[in-house]
Design a protein around this ligand. Sequence first.
Ligand SMILES: Cc1cc2nc3c(=O)[nH]c(=O)nc-3n(C[C@H](O)[C@H](O)[C@H](O)COP(=O)(O)OP(=O)(O)OC[C@H]3O[C@@H](n4cnc5c(N)ncnc54)[C@H](O)[C@@H]3O)c2cc1C
Length: 372
Amino acid sequence: MRREAEITVIGGGVVGLATAFGLLRAGRRVRVLDGADSDLRASQGNFGLVWLQGKGAGFAPYAQLSRDAVALWPDFAAEVQEASGIDLALDQSGGYEFFTEADEFSAFKADLEAQEATLGNRFSHEVIPGDDLRRSFPEIGPGVVGATFCPLDGHVNPLRLLRGLRVAVTALGGEIVQGAKVEKVTPVASGFEMALENGSRLDAPRVVLCAGLGAAPLAAQLGFATRVRAQRGELLITEKLETRLPFLSSTIRQVDEGGLQIGGTKAEVGPDDRETREMMAGLAQHAVTVLPALADVRVLRAWGALRVMSPDGYPVYTRSAAHPAAAMVTCHSGVTLAAFHGTKLADWLEDTAAAPDLEAFDEHRFALSASA
Ligand SMILES: Cc1cc2nc3c(=O)[nH]c(=O)nc-3n(C[C@H](O)[C@H](O)[C@H](O)COP(=O)(O)OP(=O)(O)OC[C@H]3O[C@@H](n4cnc5c(N)ncnc54)[C@H](O)[C@@H]3O)c2cc1C
């Protein structure tokens, strides 16, 4: 019979599963309660970038955290693969940001300079004017005014990441309970009592809330101030191409199986994940401006998915002041940060001597800014 879990992770997306993976590696008995297929699930609709360019240009702790995560990725991917037998298709050979507007290009150059000032020799990038770019890649269209390149950027297959984490968590002795939507959490002397939507009740000495956009009601019950919001992103998927794209970019990437993902839209529309004709057309236009040869490639699918955004867009790693046995973890860029969540975050959750300093990501920053 399975021994009772020491830690219950609420939410089985990439954030909850990576967190569970790290805790299991640290020797904890872990249970993951995950909701329903009908839930909003960013981990099933994302772009799969393991990306550093532009991250934390205005917030040094986030630049450092993203840089740490990117460095942790090769070992993390190998560990997930070893435990699950699933190849995550990690490729970290560098990535481009392409620009068609001169003012956006200039603003991003300034962001990367700020990032380099923060990260020093842990970051490097190139700024490439359009004509120089076309000397290296003649297939790039005349409408591209320039690009930036960071050799540390990369990508994975995001669905294999999710499946790999699920299999790895189970292989390491974790329990994943599907269809286990937590409706109510009640703090009690021994920890927490949870009422599930399916009518069952569970006890948990410690909980980590990682429920993505489903976190809001539970966050309030556990005394957290963080309230996440949805931000819609839309993607196009093309037919598989015989040839390999010569580069990875933040808006056009070729997945390991051959198709292209074209993406990058952002819309503040609340909990509505429908794709729109307007955004689809814009994505197609952008792709053809960057690579005119894509005009002949067929688009097979399109979807919208909702990002999980904290009030300031940066990650939240916080313990409940009212109920210290509860922690909350939420972030955008949960793919990039998965390597951190699956390794060093466990030291923070366990409060070991090796715990990373995550004070800058505590939720008290929202209370301070509200009263400022
Ligand atoms: C279009 C798009 C592109 C993106 N591109 C990238 C990218 O290139 N790189 C990158 O790093 N990040 C990217 N992201 C962000 C990344 O996908 C998210 O940060 C990440 O998936 C968030 O994972 P999560 O586990 O917090 O949330 P989710 O994936 O939403 O998972 C939350 C889970 O919690 C469960 N749940 C909810 N409520 C409850 C409850 N009450 N009880 C139990 N379970 C519950 C749900 O069923 C769900 O499985 C992108 C996101 C989008 C939408």
